[in-house]
Design a protein around this ligand. Structure first.
Ligand SMILES: Nc1nc2c(ncn2[C@@H]2O[C@H](COP(=O)(O)OP(=O)(O)OP(=O)(O)O)[C@@H](O)[C@H]2O)c(=O)[nH]1
Ligand SMILES: [Mg+2]
Length: 193
């Protein structure tokens, strides 16, 4: 599959803001600062598309991107950013649980981004559970594979495969482009089907 033209549609906070017409959607979830926006930018090869920053916890909306007028990429707010106020954290949690489960959101593939240098965290496992309970197809993306010790990264990827034998686990780096082809191939398969 090729990606030709990607454009930002809008930030969404609830059902009434969803883009029309609805199209197959690939949504990225993950802890704050894990590199969801960077992973999307690397995937579509547009550096500044999904805002990425070293200041985590800034995005509180679900950002929609139109890909070739055929499908959507959705970048969700990160969870688990300790420095947010309780109110903000609760707001993000509410939005995420709505988006993860809503019938009217046709998520064909839920990409759960985790830190490959750190390994899966309990909050990641919780997200996988929520998504699976909602009937979503989950892919685990081990981002930042360029960071940390190669051995650690390899072990963390293996561990994720062992924990989730029914899910595709991809070793990925938004920095080097590792895993991009593999991710694109899986997305192509889910969008076409
Ligand atoms: N070395 C390395 N750094 C990365 C990679 N991906 C992201 N980063 C860095 O990690 C930081 C956070 O990246 P973002 O893409 O903003 O993370 P995010 O998950 O979208 O963060 P929130 O939107 O705040 O939840 C930035 O400083 C990125 O440059 C990667 O693959 N390798
Ligand atoms: Mg982001």
């Amino acid at each position: 599959m090729e990606i030709r033209e990607v454009r930002f549609v809008r930030g969404v906070t609830g059902s009434e803001g969803l883009p029309e017409p609805m199209r197959p959607t690939v949504a990225f979830f993950g802890r704050s600062n894990v590199g969801k926006s960077s992973a999307i930018n690397a995937l579509v090869r547009r550096k500044g598309l999904a805002r990425s920053s070293s200041r985590p916890g800034r995005t509180t909306e679900v950002n929609y991107f139109d890909v070739d007028g055929k499908w959507y990429l959705a970048d969700t707010p990160g969870y688990g950013y300790a420095r947010l106020s309780k109110t903000d954290m609760e707001r993000i949690a509410r939005r995420l649980s709505w988006f993860a489960g809503a019938q009217e959101v046709p998520i064909r593939l839920a990409v759960v981004v985790f830190d490959a240098a750190l390994g899966l965290q309990d909050s990641d496992r919780e997200t996988v559970s929520v998504l699976r309970d909602a009937g979503r197809l989950v892919l685990l993306l081990g981002n930042k594979s360029d960071k940390g010790r190669r051995n650690d990264v390899t072990n963390h990827i293996r561990q994720a495969m062992k924990e989730y034998p029914d899910s595709t686990v991809i070793r990925y780096s938004a920095e080097t482009g590792e895993g991009r082809g593999e991710l694109l191939a899986v997305i192509g398969g889910t969008i076409r089907s």
